[in-house]
Design a protein around this ligand. Structure first.
Ligand SMILES: [Zn+2]
Length: 256
């Protein structure tokens, strides 16, 4: 499968997917804006065949109405939200088959950022919307911190070679927080160098492999002694659970 980022707004990525199906068909993940997508389709001479939505926020769905006016395609998305937009609601464990691309995904319900948030998994890749970012994670707007931790734990348990396709270019600022949490983690220092070089060349810093996230992302490192020590310092006592460690780090990030 061929995957390309289409840049939208300041720092959103709309992912364009081309599969093994008939040439010229493309599916989109989270088209928050129509104009860059229409430009992309014009340039590549491709036809839109499906839209996949991870959650209802406007910067992930705002372009859909305009795209549908031009391409009346199915809109796959969470069963628990965006009912006005989604034509094919999906729940946890559902299989999404896209015959035009010759590919299929497994749906993961990952509440936390929003309550209905879903992600699309197939071996080797996860389209996770605003749940996990490069070295960071989404704000917990609707769910509880425990729910977000459980969602991130499901991602952490995927095969470590999985590429994480998130929806935002936030990696640089997330890494600076990661360094604050774990100043002595050499993997974070190395990733800062690497991502700074990519961004200086206007290259996307995502996707990254799950292994890389497990080594550098403070929101997946609740069992690292350094992260537990940072959480302990924030809480004033040792966290009793991984979820409590995660929560202390997430709340710290929100205060900055
Ligand atoms: Zn969002």
């Amino acid at each position: 499968m061929h995957i390309e980022p289409i840049q939208a707004f300041e720092d959103n990525y709309i992912w364009a997917l081309r599969g093994k199906g008939p040439a010229g068909q493309v599916a989109l993940v989270d088209p928050g804006e129509a104009t860059p997508v229409l430009r992309y389709l014009e340039r590549s001479r491709e036809r839109l065949c499906a839209i996949l939505v991870t959650h209802r926020h406007g910067d992930h769905t705002g372009g859909i109405a305009e795209l549908l006016a031009r391409y009346p395609v199915p809109v796959y998305g969470p069963a628990l939200e965006a009912a006005d937009i989604v034509t094919h609601p999906l729940t946890d464990g559902a299989r999404l088959v896209l015959p035009a691309l010759g590919i299929e995904f497994e749906v993961m319900h990952l509440p936390g950022h929003t309550l209905g948030h879903i992600a699309y998994y197939r071996p080797g890749m996860l389209f996770c919307g605003d749940t996990l970012f490069g070295a960071g994670c989404g704000r917990v707007f609707e769910g509880t911190l425990e729910q977000m931790h459980a969602s991130l734990a499901r991602i952490a348990a995927l095969p470590s070679a999985t590429q994480i396709y998130c929806a935002h270019e936030y990696t640089q600022s997330c890494l600076r927080f990661a360094r604050l949490v774990e100043p002595d983690n050499p993997a974070i220092a190395a990733r800062i160098d690497y991502v700074d070089r990519l961004r200086a060349a206007s290259e996307p810093s995502v996707p990254a492999k799950l292994t890389e996230e497990l080594a550098t992302n403070p929101f997946l490192r609740w069992d690292s002694p350094a992260v537990i020590a940072a959480a302990t310092a924030r809480l004033g006592h040792a966290p009793a659970t991984h979820a409590e460690t995660f929560a202390a780090i997430r709340i710290w990030r929100d205060t900055l």
